[in-house]
Each structure stands twice: as C-alpha cells, then as structure tokens.
Design a protein around this ligand. Sequence first.
Ligand SMILES: [Zn+2]
Length: 176
Amino acid sequence: MENRAKNIRYIVVHCQAGHGTLASMQNFWKTSLGWKSPGYATWIDYDGTRHKLSDYNNPTNGVAGFNSQCLHMSYRGGVLQTDVKVAADTRTQAQKNAILLEIFDMMHWLKENGNDLQNVMIVGHYHFSDDKNHNGAIESWERIKECPSFDAYLEYKSIMLKENPLYAELKLPKNR
Ligand SMILES: [Zn+2]
C-alpha cells in the first residue's frame, strides 16, 4: 500500500463523548454504523493505556470528509459521568500524558515517512467545519460541536511551533 504520511495535514484529538468500554464502542462502529475501519487509530483509557486500533497508514473515520488527511486519536470520556449530554474535560493526568506520547509517536511516524511537518497542525475535532456532502454518521454518536471538550490547538500549539515557526500564522480549518 502506498504510504499516506505525506498527505497528512492534521493530527486530530477526539473524546469518546461517553464512558463505555472500548469493546462496546467498536461494536457500535461495526454493527450500528457499518464501518469497516475504526473511528480512531488510537484510543486512550483512563489509566493512560494507548490501544492501537489501526496502523497509522490506514485512514480511520474521525472527521467525515477529511480522513485521508488526518491521524485520529481519542480519550475515553469527555462528558460528565452523571450526564453524558454535558461536555466536560474529564482527562486524567495519565490520559494527558498519553495524548502527548501519542502526538509524538504520530509526528515521528510522519517524519520517518517523508512528511516534514511544515503543513501539519494539531487540532480538535470541533475545529473542522461540518461537511454537508457527507451523511453525518459521526454526529449521531459523537457530538462534534465540543469534541474533544478542550482546545487542543491551544494546548499543543507550542509543539508544532518548534517544528514550524510559521505555525501560528496557519489558518485553522473553518469553524462550525
Ligand atoms: Zn470527535
């Protein structure tokens, strides 16, 4: 298979928008949505364990319309335990550490495969505009308006700034 690293423009951080098990989410993707690929390459549990769901070279279903340009990760949670309709930054310290490690792994893979990171941004799902040409399958189970329940662009900006001094001037994908 051709390597897709050079096409990657976005490292995208998601939240699960729920607290269910990995198995229940995977079952939902497969059974209810009929997806052949997972929603994310990596899913991060409360204790910081990074579950690799897909090789980085395979696109996953995180942002309809943009997946060929994205590497996706998600942390378990992102909504209140007591009310899953309320977005909340529920990241544990272990999850925060693991997200950083995952970002660095993704950057390493991109560099190793010929992407110089000059056009790569780290963003949250909500930074993408809604793609009217797609069926909105994602929106039905993950409320993308708030995903990942914190500002990933702001939080990880300094990482990409080191790689590309012009990063701060790059335009974010259009807001919803
Ligand atoms: Zn998302």
